[in-house]
Design a protein around this ligand. Structure first.
Ligand SMILES: NC(=O)c1ccc[n+]([C@@H]2O[C@H](COP(=O)([O-])OP(=O)(O)OC[C@H]3O[C@@H](n4cnc5c(N)ncnc54)[C@H](OP(=O)(O)O)[C@@H]3O)[C@@H](O)[C@H]2O)c1
Length: 283
């Protein structure tokens, strides 16, 4: 919608998202949880998904405590049927799907020559394969309803670097897939956006060298056990972000970008957003 200001200048105003339905993959932690909470705060019904039931239910409780609505689906999105199941849940619960956020992702850093091939399988299946299936399932549901829709693909600034390893390669793939899908959807009322975060205080580091994560914990000034594959408590991540604000932003900062992209007036298509801290940090 475009509204005149008191000085007669035309400005764009955000769309009202109440009554819409979103699927957010990887909403049991970090960026996905913040996106789910942000959309729910605008009256969007959110289908939450992740593998960790306890964290997922905590997210659902935070949403309901704030007056929002969601349903939780505990699932591994490397299974194509599970991704379709998220869309089916949205349709069963609300009869519609307006927003699909492909956010779930994993990161293993390090040299190609020293890596475990299983880490490549996990990154390719989670960051690329499940995103492709999510895009396809979402477009089919959105086309069936003929409502305008948004697909949000969470990439990374690693996609802007030509030497960002296998993780970066998966995010280059996300950007290529998103651009290709946008071209395929040019005659549909479905918009596709790539969101490229810089370093964000989340649990994405759960598979990186524990010594690096221990350094992060030390900077938080709090005590926390660092175990490979395990999450850090929210308060540790928040304290680390507060201490390292120049190089690390908050999940809520990315959620704000996602909300901006999906709430634009019809006809305004936000194609790409890069959200980064003031200074880049190289692991
Ligand atoms: N944090 C950063 O600095 C940063 C920067 C650029 C881009 N990103 C991207 O942002 C996205 C979100 O990551 P994050 O930073 O929020 O990390 P995070 O805190 O580790 O969250 C990752 C989410 O993905 C889910 N997930 C991973 N594998 C899954 C699977 N096989 N099935 C279902 N869910 C799965 C996790 O759920 P469970 O734990 O419940 O399985 C969790 O909810 C990722 O795509 C990541 O690449 C992050």
């Amino acid at each position: 919608m475009t509204e005149p200001t008191s000085k007669g200048i035309l400005i764009s105003t955000a769309q009202d998202l109440r009554g819409r339905t979103a699927v957010v993959t990887g909403s049991s932690s970090g960026i996905g949880r913040a996106v789910a909470e942000r959309l729910a705060s605008e009256g969007v019904f959110v289908v939450l998904s992740g593998r960790d039931a306890t964290s997922l239910h905590e997210c659902a409780k935070r949403i309901s405590d704030a007056g929002g609505k969601s349903v939780s689906v505990v699932t591994d999105i490397r299974d194509a049927k599970a991704v379709q199941g998220l869309v089916d849940t949205a349709l069963k619960e609300t009869g519609r799907l307006d927003i699909f956020v492909n956010n779930a992702g994993v990161s293993y850093l390090g040299n190609i020559l020293d890596a475990e091939p299983e880490s490549w399988t996990n990154m390719l299946e989670t960051n690329v394969f499940s995103l492709l299936v999510g895009c396809q399932a979402a477009v089919r549901a959105m086309r069936a309803s003929a409502n305008p829709g948004h697909i949000v693909n969470i990439s990374s600034v690693a996609a802007l670097s030509p030497e960002s390893g296998v993780y970066g390669a998966t995010k280059h793939a996300v950007n290529v897939i998103t651009n290709t899908l946008r071209a395929e959807l040019v005659d549909d009322p479905i918009q596709v956006v790539t969101v490229m975060p810089g370093l964000v205080a989340t649990n994405i580091g759960r598979n990186v060298d524990p010594a690096i994560v221990a350094g992060l914990v030390a900077m938080s000034g709090l005590e926390a056990e660092v175990r490979p594959g395990a999450r850090l408590p929210d308060e540790v991540l928040q304290a680390a972000q507060a201490a390292l604000g120049e190089i690390m932003i908050r999940p809520e900062d990315i959620a704000e970008g996602v909300y901006f992209a999906v709430s634009q007036p019809a006809g305004v298509h936000i194609a790409e957003i890069v959200i980064r801290p003031n200074k880049d940090f190289e692991l």
